[in-house]
Design a protein around this ligand. Structure first.
Ligand SMILES: Cc1cc2nc3c(=O)[nH]c(=O)nc-3n(C[C@H](O)[C@H](O)[C@H](O)COP(=O)(O)OP(=O)(O)OC[C@H]3O[C@@H](n4cnc5c(N)ncnc54)[C@H](O)[C@@H]3O)c2cc1C
Length: 392
């Protein structure tokens, strides 16, 4: 285990936030994690903060106490059976590297999740999802360290109670969950069990490049390409430091959702939207990105060294020198404006870690510089208003 004292963790989080941590421990191996936690008493264990690649975390200016970076794991075990494939992987393993291996090996079920940063452990905790797949679809079981009792537990899908971008392991009010995942077993499909691609954007790009529909590596290539044009691949084309989508899609009454969809993207989009979001009788999840557009925000809007990505409005991005407080101040400003204009409460998807010392919405507001408008891919989804900013 590599330990750093008074470490600058700026390059260790995908938002590149300026931060200082009293103690950072890099832990690759679940066995090492177990040994470290086992020698602490229950109170000390509760103080430990466990994270993966900090790709869904806004880190404050200071973090006190041990921050365990539980990442860079190795060693995937694959067992191919008739009709299914069992994949056993440490929680520290890079999730996207796992998807890469799965596609190369002809293992289906995670290919549409290509390009999502972070570790396998965090992927399960957050129930990551994209383009019609979610990790809970292939989750089979996991081993976890229980913080309270100091013992190892075996968990199955029922224990984890997966829901939209969440599981029982994702606590609302603290950073570290009650249970730390050590390793994960997935039950994936064989190549014959390929899911139909339903997402129109992916299908269109796949066809444009003449790729094979039944080829997993081709599917991964297309997904990465679509994500890159949105700046959603860490270090890829159009990349600006972000934590991915900042807000969760809110649940709205169906009629309100349809009106907003029509207002921003036109009637055709509104009609097709319902097949995607599969609403129940009266409510539906609705893209937070469209809620932001309908509240008067625009791609590329910036406030000093924080802003909305020009490539994806839902990604709060940072410029050099940004701090966690700047990001949280912008998040607060967005939430306040959305509530004021539409009466909708946006909830952040990201987790907050550490101390945030100088949130100042008023100062931030004065630094506003308007963005240039929506990128081509978003306009292609429907644009009755063109790139005009909507001011209710
Ligand atoms: C460019 C970009 C694109 C993204 N696209 C998507 C997307 O399409 N879909 C999607 O769902 N998400 C997406 N995300 C969000 C993010 O990648 C995922 O939430 C990812 O799973 C976070 O992994 P991490 O290792 O960075 O977690 P961290 O940010 O380090 O931690 C997140 C939470 O998980 C907990 N945690 C971490 N490891 C463990 C463990 N072993 N046991 C228990 N708890 C643990 C932490 O305590 C923390 O509360 C994107 C992010 C970025 C930056």
């Amino acid at each position: 285990m590599n330990t750093l004292k008074d470490a600058d963790a700026t390059s260790l989080n995908t938002l590149n936030l300026d931060t200082s941590c009293t103690e950072v421990r890099l832990v690759k191996d679940p066995g090492e994690m177990f040994e470290y936690l086992f020698q602490l008493d229950a109170e000390e264990r509760k103080q430990v903060k466990v994270c993966g690649e900090l790709s869904n975390t806004v880190i404050g200016e200071a973090v006190n106490g041990p921050l365990l970076l539980f990442r860079d794991g190795q060693d995937v075990k694959i067992e191919k059976n008739a009709g299914s494939v069992i994949v056993k992987v440490p929680a520290t393993f890079s999730f996207d590297e796992l998807v890469n291996i799965a596609c190369e090996e002809g293992i289906s079920g995670v290919e549409m999740l290509s390009g999502i940063p972070g570790t396998v452990g965090a992927a399960v905790v957050q129930n990551i999802a994209a383009y019609g797949q979610k990790i809970s679809d292939v989750f089979f079981s996991a081993r976890a360290f229980d913080i309270a009792t100091g013992t190892i537990l075996n968990l199955n899908a029922d224990d984890l109670r997966f829901s939209y971008r969440s599981s029982v392991l994702k606590p609302r009010d603290s950073y570290t969950p009650d249970k730390i995942l050590l390793d994960v077993t997935l039950k994936c499909g064989s190549p014959e069990k390929l899911q139909e691609i339903q997402h129109t954007e992916i299908l269109a790009m796949h066809r444009e490049y003449g790729r094979q529909l039944d080829h997993l590596v081709d599917r991964r290539t297309t997904v990465l390409q679509v994500r890159e044009r949105k700046g959603m691949v860490v270090g890829g084309a159009n990349w600006l430091p972000t934590a991915g989508s900042y807000f969760l899609s809110p649940v709205l009454p169906k009629e309100i959702a349809l009106n907003l969809a029509k207002q921003i993207r036109g009637q055709n989009f509104a009609d097709s939207f319902l097949t995607w979001y599969q609403p129940d009788a009266t409510t539906t999840r609705f893209p937070a990105a469209l809620v932001m557009r309908a509240s008067g925000f625009m791609n590329g809007d910036s406030w000093g060294n924080v802003g909305l990505s020009p490539h994806h409005i839902l990604a709060i991005c940072t410029y050099p020198g940004a701090t966690g407080s700047d990001v949280v101040a912008l998040s607060d400003l967005i939430r306040a404006q959305v509530t004021e204009r539409l009466g909708i409460a946006l909830e952040p998807e990201v987790r907050l870690l550490g101390n945030f010392t100088h949130k100042d919405n008023e100062k931030l507001r004065r630094k506003f510089v308007p963005g240039v408008g929506e990128p081509e891919w978003a306009l292609g989804l429907g644009n009755p208003e063109g790139t005009r900013r909507l001011v209710p």
